[in-house]
Design a binder for this molecule. Structure first.
Ligand SMILES: *[C@@H]1O[C@H](CO)[C@@H](O)[C@H](O)[C@H]1NC(C)=O
Ligand SMILES: *[C@@H]1O[C@H](CO)[C@@H](O)[C@H](O)[C@H]1NC(C)=O
Ligand SMILES: *[C@@H]1O[C@H](CO)[C@@H](O)[C@H](O)[C@H]1NC(C)=O
Ligand SMILES: [Zn+2]
Length: 519
């Protein structure tokens, strides 16, 4: 199906072939080597000559473009007609830039191109009716693809830069061989991959293998980055590009986790007969509109970029709905959010961004691990979460702060280490999510940093003033002198507080210095 492009991609991938699976790239059905196809190539050239479209000249064979173009059945340079006569493109294509003007004169017309080239002494060569030589660049594709796919193929892939002269010449010589006008029904010319805005090349030292890329991002994130771009446009591989893909994955993942939590919510009723109010009717309309938009985008030249964007809008609409229901202390409609999540999961499966058979969301436990981690551990986590919630409720009523602290430790320290996130929402059931441990630990670091920053911002003179439940009088520096009942603080108590006060003074000074330095 793909010919050259598959060959190119696979040359690229062969650096680490297991990646092909990780990236969800389907393996090709057949791989070909030019050196194994020389007899087919010679036969191909002979037939072009006998059909009247080629001529021998000093041991080489050339394609007569004006003869071909003059035929009513044929047309030369169907892909890029305006490039005919572009000698620079043609000579680059032919590898002619380095050869002598004398040799160039073998061609009877400037627009003709080589089918077979006489080899100079020392060059690789094969026997042929025209003497020792080697295939021209374009002929190899025609002969190999023709020998496997016959006189016509539906789709031919390749990079945008291959349109002229390579694919135009491939088309001309193949149609001259088969005497038809439909050797390829459609070409898919893909955009280039650039690295931080530059063409990837060894000399620029910005050459990145898939292995390098996979050290920075997961296969799924790479795939999402490609999906978020139109296949025919240039894709720039940069930290910005990858960050958008990472954010997209995160946005989708949070949605899937929220929906799974909603579906798991302990229930007295089955959720099947929840009445639709205006909010549900509106979300459902949004769902159908977005589904149609995704379908239209894919029908429009496989525009995955727009499809992915429509999917993002659908999640946004669903999030808005879920949040409004939660604000009103109402349960989101389970059948509806489930339908949306299943639809999005299916689309991402079609796009190869979700592997496995889970009905909703990205598989848990990372690549290669058991994918039913979630169904295994969630019943236990639910028990723990409900138990913890009841303990917190009682602890709050009875003012047992030690128990509340223990509950916080479970949420903030113990469970993140195990890849579990608990989200407490006042007055609502706790949300349980399985999240990558690394992400949770990073979140915890961020939270600690933010908490420290918040604490640093408080001037020591203010730190006790708010605690009117403990102290009733303060000195001019804001240091407490009397407790809530109006009794003077004991020496020991003062000493303890003084230590806290001094520690805060240090933090606050640090904070002021930080701000002076423009941080
Ligand atoms: C190429 O074809 C043109 C048009 O049919 C013809 O006039 C010309 O002689 C051909 N050139 C060669 C070298 O055969
Ligand atoms: C013919 O080819 C040989 C080498 O293959 C080259 O030395 C010679 O100059 C060529 N003659 C013409 C007329 O192009
Ligand atoms: C998401 O939804 C909110 C509220 O409906 C809206 O204000 C916002 O623009 C939306 N964002 C995107 C990216 O669609
Ligand atoms: Zn080709």
């Amino acid at each position: 199906l793909y010919f050259l492009s598959v060959l190119n991609v696979l040359q690229f991938l062969s650096v680490c072939s297991p990646c092909v699976c990780g990236l969800q790239v389907l393996p090709p059905d057949v791989l070909t080597r030019v050196s194994e196809y020389v007899p087919e190539i010679v036969e191909f050239v002979e037939k072009i000559v006998s059909n009247g479209y080629g001529y021998e000249s000093n041991g080489s064979v050339y394609f007569n473009t004006s003869k071909f173009d003059a035929c009513p059945q044929h047309s030369y340079a169907k892909l890029v007609p305006e490039a005919v006569g572009d000698q620079k493109a043609l000579q680059e294509g032919e590898g002619d830039l380095s050869i002598s003007a004398e040799r160039l004169s073998e061609k009877k017309s400037q627009n003709d191109f080589a089918l077979w080239k006489a080899s100079k002494p020392g060059e690789p060569s094969w026997d042929s009716p025209w003497g020792k030589g080697r295939p021209g660049w374009h002929i190899e594709c025609s002969a190999m693809a023709g020998s496997i796919l016959g006189e016509s193929m539906d789709i031919h892939g390749g990079g945008f830069d291959l349109r002229f002269p390579h694919h135009d010449n491939e088309l001309a010589q193949s149609e001259a061989y088969f005497e038809n006008d439909h050797w390829v029904r459609y070409f898919l010319h893909t955009g280039h991959l650039t690295i931080a805005g530059c063409k990837m090349s060894k000399s620029l030292k910005n050459f990145i293998t898939i292995k390098d890329a996979l050290a920075k991002n997961t296969a799924r994130q790479l795939r999402l980055a490609f999906l978020m771009h139109s296949w025919k446009d240039t894709l720039d591989y940069s930290s910005n590009t990858m960050e958008s893909a990472v954010q997209y994955e995160k946005f989708m993942n949070e949605f899937f986790l929220n929906v799974k939590d909603i579906l798991r919510a302990p229930t007295d009723i089955t959720g099947q007969f929840e009445k639709w109010e205006a909010a549900e009717v509106e979300l459902n309309k949004g769902f159908y509109d977005r589904k149609s938009a995704v379908h239209e985008a894919l029908c429009d030249n496989v525009d995955t970029r727009t499809a992915m964007e429509e999917m993002r809008v659908l999640v946004n609409q669903s999030n808005t709905y879920i949040a409004s229901r939660k604000n009103a202390k109402l349960r989101p409609n389970r059948m509806l959010v489930e339908s949306i999540a299943v639809y999005l999961t299916n689309m991402l499966k079609i796009f190869g961004a979700i592997e496995g058979s889970d009905a909703i969301g990205f598989p848990m436990g990372g690549q290669g691990q058991s994918t039913d981690l979630e169904s295994t551990v969630m019943p236990y986590l639910s028990v723990l979460s409900d138990f913890r919630e009841n303990v917190r409720k009682i602890a709050r009523e009875q003012k047992v702060t030690e128990l509340l602290q223990l509950c916080d430790v479970v949420r903030d320290n113990t469970l993140p280490e195990l890849g579990v996130r608990l989200e407490d929402h006042e007055g609502l059931p706790t949300v349980v999510k399985l999240v990558d441990k690394e992400i949770l630990l990073k979140e915890r670091e961020e939270k600690k940093k933010m908490a420290k920053l918040e604490k640093m911002k408080i001037p020591p003179s203010e730190m006790f003033r708010a605690e009117t439940d403990k102290y009733s009088k303060f000195d001019e520096q804001g240091f407490p002198t009397h407790d809530a009942e109006g009794k003077e603080l004991s020496k020991g108590h003062s000493k303890k507080l003084r230590k806290l006060y001094e520690a805060q003074e240090k933090l606050y000074t640090e904070y002021l210095e930080m701000n002076q330095n423009g941080n």
